[in-house]
Design a protein. Sequence first.
Length: 545
Amino acid sequence: MAKATAEKNTAKTASNDTATLSTSYNEIPYSSYPFAQTAPELLQGIGRLFGLNAPSPSKARILEIGSAAGNNIISMAARYPASTCVGIDYAVKQIEAGQKLVKEMGLTNVVLKHLSVMDIDKSFGEFDYIITHGVMSWVPTEVQEKILEVCSTNLSPDGIAYVSYNTLPGWNSVRSVRELMLYHSSMYNTAPEKAQAARQILKFIGDSARSNNNLQLAQVIERENEILNNQPDSYLLHEHLEENNHQFYFHEFMAMAAKKNLQYLGETSLEKMFSGNFSPEIAEVLATSTDIVRTEQYMDYINDRRFRCTLLCHKDRILNRTLNSTDLLDGYVYNRFAFPENFKDINIAKPETQKFNAASGMVLTTDDQVAVSILKALFDHQAEPIHVKKLVKNATESLKKIKHPLATRPEAEIQDAVCQIIMRYIFIAGVYFYTEPQPYTSDVSAKPTVSKLALFQATMQPWISSQRQEHIGITPFDNKLIAMLDGTRDVAMLIKEMLPFFASKELVMNEHNAPIDDLEIVESRLPEFITSAFQRYAALAMLVK
């Protein structure tokens, strides 16, 4: 009886805390966007690298805990119409907004529910992907434990759970910044006042610390100020000024997960898992650890890490940490390198040493002919994933032209050499690895088509969801143009339908910082504007096959 009473009290406390959170998020909704790092195709690819054969996203059951207005889970549902998607959130206003969007779009494979995670049990069903982004650190301990319980109880045998959270030691310095803002903003009543006060005190203390020659404090505050200046008040309020903001050492988080029979699969930022990205001296010491959790914790100390997007799977799954590069052959890679301006005309026979910036911020510097042949093949297929076997073939053909010795070796040796380099690129975020083809194209047809979701979003907001689960900012010109790209209009038709927006001054074309009033000039330039937009949309994975 005492145990039952204690459990009821715990549940009641968690329910009260969740209700408080609900009120906070109803007052100031958290911005609801698609998050690329949660894309199930990315998670599936990471799972495959470590020996877990997660289900295909195209027919998966996907659950998002803390879906807000649903733009993340809706983006998945729209991209994978044969999947079954469920989003839950305790902020009723956000759920209602998401439900309205689902209804207006006519999506039948996604459901948004006003529901607490505390109310989920085994009867809720199994899911192949369970995603909780921006929740774990901002809820009470009881809710944290429940989230991990759901990630275990409701996860399919080969499923993947994604959990993001704030980490130590990186948050140690930021914690003081948070406490400063909490202390000062407590004098104010409304959320907008609190946000403004928090920003003002942060600038004041940062400026004062620098003028007082306290450079260490000044640098910490200035770094945080730089982040917050690029974020809306909703981010500041829910990131720094919420009552709950728990930070975890990685080993503490994994101890909690282990109690729920979950094990560490990996991180969405694979480059941060790879000890080879450190200096040889550091990598050598890290290699002496046989416990991946300990190794990751040591790397967190080295990097002063403050945030993680961790992937979990069932404890009984047998994972493979000895990566075999030729396992990539049946998959696809998508380029995430930024190429030098003159790379298009690179001479593979005599390549110059050049720098290639990866999405992680890491820089690849090379003049190796094999590496450059691979990079050239990636350059030629920048806008959509390329099958690894095709990439190997294209690189091999380039090497044959310059009579490189590798091109004369047996096919298996060539594949192994090329795949080893591709694996290295995966672990610096130069490329992303997928196990299946993706539903977008780099080819601009005579009558281009964007997704049904993008068509709808373009009529109502300044951003759309790309086919890579990214949110893409768009201009008023894009709003009008994208809403017409349903596959039925060519450039001539689009010019005819776009021109009235310039005639009414709803859209303006400028020259030398002055609007062009002559509609004939506008009409003559629209073809270039439109075709240029098409190329940009293709590069951003906005066009569908």
